[in-house]
Design a protein around this ligand. Structure first.
Ligand code: DGT
Ligand code: CA
Ligand code: CA
Length: 569
């Protein structure tokens, strides 16, 4: 069980307690413990084995007992009992955005709504708007939420699928009878969500590979099995494994990486050269002329190698034929992480712990950006603590030897103003502004909120510009062209946020910004040490947007970076 699963258990208990009408302090205690576990830098399972669960903030004896049972047995009697007593399909209803325990209870009490289907019919019949505190807009949002959850359920986040696929290929590569192993498909193209995982290996003993694979821990059931191909369910996602011969590995990797649209265009290029391209190789008549590696196939087609993240048939083939593809940013080009939180606001680690973790990842400099202002849910710092925090940052910088900038993340209110004074903002090296609430407002208002923030000379960066959460909410609709224009005019930079369910800006918006000449930054927004490792997800988005190293400001050296933002260092 990972930390997320344990946190999910406690969130579930908190929701049910709230629905039952338990005292609010009890509900809050469970949620706080869940949040801390989610962000905790060590696996809860390790602490459990060491008998030190109580070192996690907010985990007392009672909560530790629930975790113990859950880790021992894989479930919680307490939670199951409570669930059984609920008259409605509580879990599915809670998954609809905008519905919390209170609303679920009211919907049952007043309209006898038990399932998402009941909810959909009631909303469509206009019954929900008549309830106290609901209104027509809530009803519309519920319908949108139902649609969204239907779509979201079918795909998995890149950040969740990637470690699973890496685990599988590392396992397969260790087998003596497996030569090459790689993941293909949308995962290799690093799309933000993944339908299924495609794995390719080479081996002269396909039977043995397939038998080994179907017995791997995590494989729930085998969907179809053939001599060189098998599909299984692995931790809630389908995994297709194909075993290939050495000489066809490149053409198969090319084919199964896709995208389908890219493949179709490549095949046309082959046909124009009187060749035939398939997953089995590139052929002239019956003679195979390439297939062992992707590089040799592209070369034989008279073009440059195309990075997987660019294979979406967005003009990359034409450029590769002219040998004028841009050189996109590589996963090791980023030398700093500029957006992270510490115990000073809603983070879980100290400044020193974050600095040491960043140093270990090889960064030259970082920026600490705790929430500042009045945002309660983020335990924001008040203005009077800014100088104190700066002193600590200076101390940690001396001690750890990594450059640390003093930043802040501030909330853009509905009226576009901040709850922090300009005098206070001037104290920071970097100021990030971001939307955190009222994202459903009209496009004009949300666009204006960002524009107003950009116009403030103290604001340097707009964090996670749309505020979307891929699996939970759509985010603000924005007039991205207007925002791009303002970004150039005011030199305010937009962020690609690497949190697995944010990836915001997304690939499309990032590409639009770059094409107009904007610079961007890529950050993790980590709330504890471990999520600092998510940087590669943001870089993946940047690569899908055809970003070059020069477009990303946190590839600059510390000196050059400070010069760009006018920071004295
Ligand atoms: P996903 O799994 O929905 O996130 O997206 P993909 O791109 O991984 O799609 P998937 O798993 O159905 O197929 C893997 C690759 O195989 C796909 O990217 C391209 C190739 N492929 C699949 N079906 C076709 C097809 O009908 N025509 C062509 N040209 N290629 C295909
Ligand atoms: Ca796939
Ligand atoms: Ca597939």
């Amino acid at each position: 069980m990972n930390n997320k699963e344990v946190a999910q258990l406690l969130y579930g208990i908190a929701d049910l307690l709230e629905l039952k009408g338990e005292m609010i302090f009890k509900v809050v205690a469970y949620r706080r413990a869940a949040q801390n576990i989610e962000n905790f830098s060590k696996p809860v399972e390790d602490l459990w084995k060491e008998n030190t669960l109580n070192t996690i903030p907010g985990v007392g004896k009672g909560i530790a007992e629930h975790i113990d049972e859950f880790l021992r047995t894989g479930k919680s009697e307490y939670l199951e009992k409570m669930k059984k007593k609920m008259p409605m399909d509580f879990e599915s209803l809670m998954n609809i955005e905008g519905l919390g325990p209170k609303k679920v209870k009211m919907l049952y009490d007043k309209l006898k709504i038990k399932t998402v289907k009941d909810l959909e019919s009631a909303a469509k019949a206009g019954k929900i708007r008549k309830l106290a505190g609901m209104g027509e807009k809530t009803e519309q949002n519920i319908l949108k939420g139902i649609e969204f959850s239907k779509k979201a359920k079918q795909r998995m986040l890149l950040g969740v699928a990637l470690p699973m696929a890496e685990h599988i290929i590392n396992n397969l590569r260790k087998l003596g009878y497996v030569h090459k192993a790689e993941y293909a498909g949308s995962l290799r193209r690093k799309k933000e969500t993944i339908g299924d995982i495609d794995i390719l290996v080479t081996s002269s003993q396909p039977n043995k590979v397939i038998n080994h694979f179907t017995k791997m821990p995590g494989v729930a059931d085998v969907i179809v099995k053939g001599p060189t191909k098998v599909s299984v369910h692995y931790n809630n996602i389908q995994v297709d494994l194909r075993v290939l011969k050495e000489n066809e590995y490149g053409s198969a990797l090319l084919y199964f990486t896709g995208s389908k649209e890219h493949n179709i265009e490549l095949r046309k290029v082959a046909i124009a050269k009187k060749l035939k391209l398939s997953e089995y190789g590139l052929f002239r008549g019956n003679k195979m002329i390439a297939g062992c590696t992707e590089e040799e196939v592209y070369k034989a087609l008279g073009m440059q190698y195309i990075e997987p993240e660019m294979r979406e048939e967005h003009g990359e083939i034409r450029l590769a034929q002219k040998h004028s593809l841009p050189k996109i940013i590589s996963y090791s080009d980023v030398v700093a992480d500029l957006h992270m939180h510490t115990k000073w606001s809603d983070g879980l680690n100290t400044i020193e712990e974050m600095a040491l973790a960043a140093k270990q990842l090889g960064y030259d400099y970082i920026c600490i950006t705790d929430h500042v202002g009045k945002l309660k849910i983020a335990s924001a710092l008040s203005e009077k603590d800014i100088d104190k925090q700066r002193k600590e940052i200076e101390k940690v910088q001396d001690k750890t030897g990594i450059h640390i900038l003093h930043g802040a993340e501030i909330d853009i209110r509905v009226d576009g103003r901040f709850d922090v004074s300009n005098e206070a903002l001037k104290k920071f090296d970097l100021v990030f502004a971001a939307l955190h609430s009222a994202l459903k407002g009209p496009i004009e208002r949300n666009t204006q909120r960002i524009i107003k923030a950009m116009e403030n000379p103290n604001v340097d960066i707009i964090a996670h510009p749309t505020g979307r959460l891929i699996d939970r909410r759509e985010g603000a609709t924005l007039d991205i062209q207007k925002i791009i224009k303002k970004s150039l005019e005011t030199n305010t930079v937009m962020e690609i946020n690497s949190q697995p369910n944010r990836l915001d800006l997304n690939d499309v918006n990032a590409k639009a910004a770059l094409e107009d000449g904007c610079k961007l930054v890529i950050n993790t927004d980590a709330h504890s040490a471990d999520p600092l490792k998510a940087m590669k997800l943001g870089v993946a988005v940047a690569r899908r947007a055809w970003t070059q190293k020069k477009d990303i400001l946190n590839t600059l050296s510390y000196k050059e970076f400070c010069k760009h933002f006018g920071i004295s260092c």
